[in-house]
Design a protein around this ligand. Structure first.
Ligand code: HEM
Ligand code: HEM
Length: 307
């Protein structure tokens, strides 16, 4: 999804779902204040409390349904869509990217986002602001986590595609990795004529610099003690030691190569980071949604058990 689509998503059909959600928020707040029982110890158990709880639960069910609808329609709002042949070769139904499906999915996601935020208000009013170390509050906390991860996902879908384009320009990740490998070869060859200490520095930078790697490195876009960055920092110091003999030009050229490589590595890592961040949040969001459903079931069952 590009930034344009993201903006359409929030404005979908002249802000239809923003309007619906805002009206319901105002209605719930007014009812809460007028009920005269705001702050009541067992507000969740009043008539309004029950209504708010039931409305919140229906919204959770609708939000969970989005996962099913998305698979039915076969689209991915924020992720790469498999090419037609790619799916066909796997024997699946080819993706029907018709305008109707696209629009329907956008409508569902637009509603998903605003209803998710509405849920926060309804469920909070339902609790009457009473929390404790119990399964009721567990469901509330899980709900907060699902909403927070959803907001992060929305932020990623709205902003990261533009950042990816700005960072990569016309290059692909493979292009960058190829340029890095070429610079590694050149730098290693140039270092052969230089003192052992410099050679060791360059070889370490060639062998041990990673793009991607562990999950944490992908998400942070960093490699701890990156050997290329270290080589760029150390080379000027070493060149001061060796600068008086006949090699300063070679060292300067080597330094320029390492600097270029460092820039390319940074760009490649930023690309991996943005793509990983666009994908990874959903691995939290959907399972947390399922955990919320389980905790909510326990909350409701326990309420009727003690009734
Ligand atoms: C998203 C949905 C829901 C969430 C996040 C939620 C969360 C909570 C929380 C945090 C409390 C306060 C617990 C306390 O005082 O320590 C509460 C109270 C209560 N909830 Fe829910 N709830 C939800 C849905 C429901 C539904 C559907 C029902 C009924 C069918 C319900 C019935 C109650 C009742 C009766 C209380 C008062 C319990 C008491 O005072 O002992 N809730 N809820
Ligand atoms: C309790 C609240 C929520 C629940 C239970 C929930 C549940 C889900 C589920 C089940 C999916 C589908 C996952 C999949 O197909 O793999 C999903 C996707 C998504 N949700 Fe939520 N969600 C909630 C709140 C939110 C909120 C508040 C936002 C944003 C403000 C949000 C944004 C998204 C986005 C952007 C997607 C991915 C859309 C796509 O790739 O097609 N969600 N959510």
């Amino acid at each position: 999804m590009n930034r344009m689509q993201g903006a359409t998503l929030l404005k979908y059909r002249d802000h239809r779902y923003l309007k619906v959600a805002s009206a319901l928020v105002l209605l719930a707040m007014a009812a809460y204040l007028l009920s005269g029982r705001a702050g009541d110890d067992a507000f969740g158990g009043t008539v309004l409390g029950y209504l708010l709880g039931i409305a919140a639960t229906l919204i959770v069910l609708m939000l969970m349904l989005y996962g099913v609808v998305r698979r039915r329609i076969g689209g991915t709002m924020g992720r790469r869509q498999p090419a037609k042949d790619e799916k066909a070769t796997r024997g699946e139904k080819p993706f029907r990217a018709g305008r109707l499906e696209g629009a329907t999915l956008q409508g569902w996601l637009s509603a998903h986002i605003y209803l998710g935020v509405l849920l926060l208000v309804l469920a909070t009013l339902h609790t009457g602001f009473h929390f404790g170390w119990n399964v009721h509050t567990l469901s509330y906390v899980l709900m907060l986590l699902v909403i927070a991860s959803g907001l992060y996902g929305l932020h990623a879908y709205l902003n990261y595609p533009t950042l990816i384009t700005l960072n990569m320009g016309d290059d692909t990740l493979d292009d960058l990795l190829l340029m890095i490998a070429e610079l590694d070869e050149l730098a290693a060859a140039r270092a052969l004529a230089l003192p052992d200490e410099i050679q060791a520095l360059v070889q370490k930078a060639c062998r041990e610099t990673r793009v991607g790697g562990k999950l944490w490195e992908q998400l942070s876009g960093e490699q701890r003690d990156c050997p290329t960055r270290y080589a760029v920092q150390q080379l000027p110091e070493l060149s001061a030691t060796y600068g008086r003999n006949d090699q300063p030009k070679m060292i300067r050229e080597l330094y320029a190569m390492l600097l270029r490589k460092e820039k390319l590595v940074q760009r490649a890592r930023a690309d991996v980071m943005l793509r990983a961040r666009m994908t990874c949040w959903l691995f939290l969001h959907a399972p947390l949604g399922i955990a919320l459903l389980a905790a909510l079931t326990a909350h409701i069952v326990s309420i009727f058990f003690y009734w």
